[in-house]
Ligand binder design. Structure first.
Ligand SMILES: NC(=O)c1ccc[n+]([C@@H]2O[C@H](COP(=O)([O-])OP(=O)(O)OC[C@H]3O[C@@H](n4cnc5c(N)ncnc54)[C@H](O)[C@@H]3O)[C@@H](O)[C@H]2O)c1
Length: 339
């Protein structure tokens, strides 16, 4: 059984660095890094001692030594690079969100299935201790049922303007809400049934986005009902004023008939059961290291990685329902593709 895999990390921006570090901490060998911006790639290579720097992802993937392509590129490249890597017989670990449409997701799925390779998608919070706490409280019935899960993600206009491109990364509803959608699904142990959302472009007059053909919805209020009877709700904005002093990541909070749990900041969580309160401190560790250890273990044991195309497609189906609801002004059903 192979103990250590050889990896190419494609894209060396914010997430690329995390992937290089995560793979190395997990005991694997990052053989090459790839970026069109060669200076950025060289900097990452030098920081982490990676031997090969390339601009062309195909060249990196074609290296016969490579076992895994670790994709940290903007959204529109997730499908084509996954498909290319799978066709070369490489396992793929791709950053979230899976891709921008069900059509692309199907093409990724077909390529992965035909090649018989493994595919993982980067929802690293799966390995966080608060996720385990929330799951335990939900599954043990300590909070009662139904549950209402509230999340929030607030920020000023993103410095990476591609994040606001309606034809690029598609704004926070696509780029960041997927983390909450995945968390709610995990905690409820259930699939989303319907979504209602109201969405706006707060940054419609912001000159730094003038080069975009169309600005994505940057602010939304979203309510999702689950087959389990539980509800997830969130407010998200990437349209707040520059240097806003509001807390940009506010507490995740779950309430149920018997109790509640909330993040109170500083690595602390409060659990309220009846009239009792318990404060917990949780250490997450390096979530990418944990995620890559789990992925590598699945390769070694030949078992499917539990956060893959099926799960990515499920989150995409919910995201699509949210966008449809923003357009229609109505509650929309979540329409799942056949497995
Ligand atoms: N899991 C998480 O918590 C998390 C956090 C942030 C971003 N992400 C995801 O990671 C992905 C990348 O985001 P990021 O913030 O690292 O973006 P980024 O803009 O910081 O980095 C992307 C890099 O890809 C390079 N690039 C673009 N097109 C390329 C191509 N065709 N070939 C080679 N290099 C190319 C760019 O030069 C850039 O350096 C996105 O899907 C994003 O949603 C995940």
């Amino acid at each position: 059984m192979k103990q250590s895999f050889k990896i190419t990390v494609i894209g060396t921006g914010s997430m690329g660095k995390q992937h290089v570090e995560g793979w190395q901490l997990a005991g694997h060998n990052v053989v090459s890094v790839v970026d069109l911006n060669l200076d950025a790639a060289r900097e990452v290579a030098s920081k982490f001692g990676v031997g090969t720097v390339l601009a062309d992802y195909k060249e990196a993937i074609n290296d016969p030594d490579i076992d895994i392509a670790s994709i940290c590129l903007p959204l529109k490249f997730h499908a084509p690079v996954t498909i290319y890597a799978a066709q070369q017989g490489k396992h793929v670990f791709c950053e979230k969100p899976l891709t921008s449409s069900t059509e692309h997701a199907r093409a990724m799925e077909e390529a992965v299935r035909e090649a018989g390779v493994q595919f993982g998608v980067g929802f690293q919070r799966t390995y966080a201790q608060d996720t385990a706490l929330f799951r335990r409280l939900a599954n043990d019935g300590e909070l009662g049922r139904p549950l209402f899960f509230n999340s929030e993600n607030l920020a000023e206009v993103r410095p990476k303007i591609a994040m606001h491109d309606a034809f690029g990364n598609m704004g926070p509803v696509m780029d960041v809400c997927c983390h909450s959608f995945f968390l709610w699904r995990t905690v409820f142990g259930s699939r989303a049934k319907t979504a209602y959302a109201s969405g706006r472009v707060f940054a419609k007059d912001r000159p730094e986005l003038d080069s975009l053909q169309q600005r994505a919805v940057d602010t939304a209020s979203i309510v999702v009902e689950y087959e389990s009877g539980d509800t997830g709700a969130m407010t998200v904005s990437w349209g707040l004023p520059k240097k806003t002093k509001i807390r940009t990541r506010c507490a995740d909070r779950i309430i149920g008939p018997k109790g509640a749990v909330e993040a109170i900041g500083g690595g602390k969580w409060n659990v309220y059961i009846g009239d009792q309160i318990e404060s917990l401190e949780l250490q997450h560790g390096h979530l990418h290291e944990k995620q890559f250890r789990a992925f590598a273990q699945c390769l070694q044991e030949g078992t499917p990685y539990p956060v893959g195309l099926r799960e990515g497609k499920e989150i995409l189906a919910l995201t699509e329902a949210v966008f449809r609801s923003i357009d229609s002004g109505r509650t929309e059903p979540v329409i799942y593709d056949a497995d």
